[in-house]
Structures are given as C-alpha cells and as structure tokens.
Write a protein that binds this ligand. Sequence first.
Ligand SMILES: Nc1ncnc2c1ncn2[C@@H]1O[C@H](COP(=O)(O)OP(=O)(O)OP(=O)(O)O)[C@@H](O)[C@H]1O
Ligand SMILES: [Mg+2]
Length: 246
Amino acid sequence: MNDDRTIIVHRSEIEPQRETSPVQVVTAWASPPDTQVLVMLGDTNADAPAALRIIRHRLEQRRSEGMWIFGVTSARSAEGKSTFATQLALVLSESQRARVLLVEANLTRPSLAKILGFDVPPGKSFSAQLVRKMHGSLDPWCVIALGPALHVLAESQTEQGYPEALHSTHFQNAVGFLGRGYDFLVVDGPSVLGSGDANVVENAVDAMIVVAQAKHSSGNDLREAVRQLGDRKSLGVVLWDADKKG
Ligand SMILES: Nc1ncnc2c1ncn2[C@@H]1O[C@H](COP(=O)(O)OP(=O)(O)OP(=O)(O)O)[C@@H](O)[C@H]1O
Ligand SMILES: [Mg+2]
C-alpha cells in the first residue's frame, strides 16, 4: 500500500553516507636526485646525516610537546631552504618512523619537484589547489607519495602558479588541516627579508627554523631576519654547508 501515511525510503537514504577522503594520495615516479646534495639519500661519509638525525631528535622532543608543524626559512633567497627542508622531511620519515608531509610554500620560487625529481600531476600544484578551495571547491587535497611515509604538496615546474594564494586564509587553513593527518609537516617557506611572506608561514606553523650557509650568508642579514621573525616561534638557526664530494 502506498498512501500518504507511507514513507518510501530509498535504499541510498538508509545506507550510511560514505565519507569522502579529505586527502587523495597519488604516487609519483621520482628520478634519482642528486645524492651529493640530498645527503640523506646518498652513500656519503659526510657529517650531514648525523647532524640531521640530531636535529630530528630535537624535533621529536618538540613533537611530544605538541609541536609538529615546522617552517623553514632563511634571510635571503638561495641559502638552502628547500634543500634543508627536503633533507629534514627525509630524515624525519626515515625507516617509516613518522609520517611526514613536505609542503612547498615558497610559491614564487618553487623547486621541490626538481630537487626530488618528480612531476606534479596536472592541476595538482599546491597553489592551483588553494585557488580552487578559494572558489569553493570541496575536492580532497591531492598529495604526492614519494614513499610510504613521505608525502609532498609541491608547485608544478611547468604550469602557471598562483603565488598570491599564500596570503589567503585558505593557506593557513590548509596547513592546519593537513597537519592533523601527519606526525610532522615541514613547510619550505619563502625567505624573510624584503617581503612579509615568511611571516605568513610563521603564522601557520608551530615553529620556524632559519637556515644559513656558514660560508655564504651574511651575519647582518641573519640577525635582521631573526629580528623580523620575532622570538615567539623561532626554534633556532641551522648553519648548513655541505662540502660536495669529489
Ligand atoms: N648545504 C648546502 N651545501 C651546498 N650547497 C647547497 C646546500 N644547500 C643548498 N645548496 C645548493 O644551493 C642552491 C640553492 O639551494 P636551495 O634551492 O635549497 O635554496 P633556497 O633557499 O630554497 O632558494 P630559494 O630562495 O630560491 O627558494 C642549490 O643549487 C643547492 O643545491
Ligand atoms: Mg627554495
């Protein structure tokens, strides 16, 4: 009988709504990177892997204090931020001891895909995804898996980027949201001097690490950068000079 006291329940209404995954993981093929620069991947006698493991120990201590989202910056450009951020992500995820997401937030000078030797799939660069969120997209975040414990959200080396997206509140929301799915989130940030971009990253993370190259960075610039960041979230300065073998 089907009168007006009968409620017809369609099957789709009684089945539980499938929760859409908030993060889509795609696997990328990565070509062997330069292991002389990425010492965590190379067969090297240099002290860098040991130094990185000591830094990891310090960050694991911070993790137990509730800090796991770390931004990497430097006073000026080309001082080794992306290289260090990548090394840090590698050492934190070493032997699958922690799940790590490496996020590219230096949107005007992207380099993570090149350093790690992979291609960002079309439309999946960080800033393109941010812009779609700004326009109301409910698509899951797409991250690239470079290993079972290391995921990357990078800018494309070939497609147009949207660096201004860094200044939207969606950037901060994205870092907070994605951070909940990982043991560590490493944000490769912009440099400090000459813009407020690094301060945007600072707002989104638990702590900032400043990278400097002992042989190339200026002490005055470093002091000025540390002053601009303030000490609320400054974790410390890493002096980072790797002597290339050969
Ligand atoms: N510790 C290091 N020792 C030797 N060379 C390094 C070191 N770190 C980075 N480099 C080299 O220095 C150059 C700049 O490094 P990187 O791209 O990491 O700097 P960056 O600060 O991220 O630059 P940008 O401001 O463009 O984002 C690269 O050629 C890299 O291979
Ligand atoms: Mg960089």
